[in-house]
Design a protein around this ligand. Structure first.
Ligand code: TYD
Length: 216
């Protein structure tokens, strides 16, 4: 008797501008999936591996460096972290049949390093293809929130990051608009979620989207 081949897991990412509630939503989604009997791994970018954690420190939390990165260097740093994360964590999990829920992924680089920092959009897309070896999510939940509301939420955080001193509202408006364009261009991959509502309401919208995509 041979074992039936194990089905590849699903790959779900959460995206959105600052303070849209992605990390909380990702945690709640994983708990909900586990409640449905699904084995689910929770991860995030930048991060997810020791290299990813170092990248996170360099690109976000080092005064004098994080806020002085050349756009191409910035894009390559995120891409390096992503390549390691995909090869060591995400792909192996999917191949063993686990689902992966990741807060931020390649679309963040398209929105921030591409639209936000002016790297060429096509080159940014090719860089993501290279870094991920062609792994795109099965579903991307774009949690959209007006820039002012999102920034107000992030002001409550304590750890310094590069955006605090440098970026203008206009930058985040550009990022938000880029996300909305990405979602419009790929409606079969994206689900749009209103992030300005309560956590419970956003969670409910997310589980509806996931159930509609994978369980109905
Ligand atoms: P994070 O602490 O994860 O905050 P948030 O709650 O907003 O997700 O910060 C991640 C920051 O890194 C965020 O400002 C966006 C930025 N980022 C990029 O610019 N490009 C990327 O590819 C990724 C993954 C993140």
């Amino acid at each position: 008797m041979t074992d039936a081949p194990r089905q590849r897991g699903r790959f779900i990412t959460l995206e959105g501008p600052e303070g849209s509630g992605k990390s909380t939503a990702a945690r709640h989604l994983v708990a909900w999936l586990r409640g449905q009997g699904v084995r689910a791994v929770l991860t995030q970018e930048p991060g997810g591996t020791p290299l990813g954690d170092e990248v996170r420190r360099i690109v976000l939390h080092m005064r004098g460096m994080s806020d002085d990165l050349e756009p191409r260097a910035d894009a390559l740093l995120y891409a390096a972290g992503r390549a390691q994360h995909v090869a060591r964590v995400i792909r192996p999990a999917l191949e063993r049949g686990d689902w992966v829920v990741c807060a931020r992924y390649a679309d963040s680089s398209l929105a921030y390093q591409g639209a936000g920092y002016g790297n060429d959009p096509e080159e940014m897309r090719r860089l993501q293809e290279f870094a991920t070896n062609g792994l795109w999510p099965d579903l991307t939940l774009l949690i959209d929130v007006p820039v002012e509301i999102g920034l107000e939420r992030t002001r409550r955080r304590t750890e310094w990051n590069r955006f605090e001193d440098t970026e203008e509202i206009a930058f985040f408006e550009t990022v938000r608009a880029a996300y909305l364009r990405l979602a419009t261009a790929e409606p079969e991959r994206f689900a749009l979620v209103d992030g300005s509502v309560s956590v419970e309401e956003a969670d409910a919208a997310i589980t509806r989207a996931v159930a509609g995509r994978f369980f109905d």
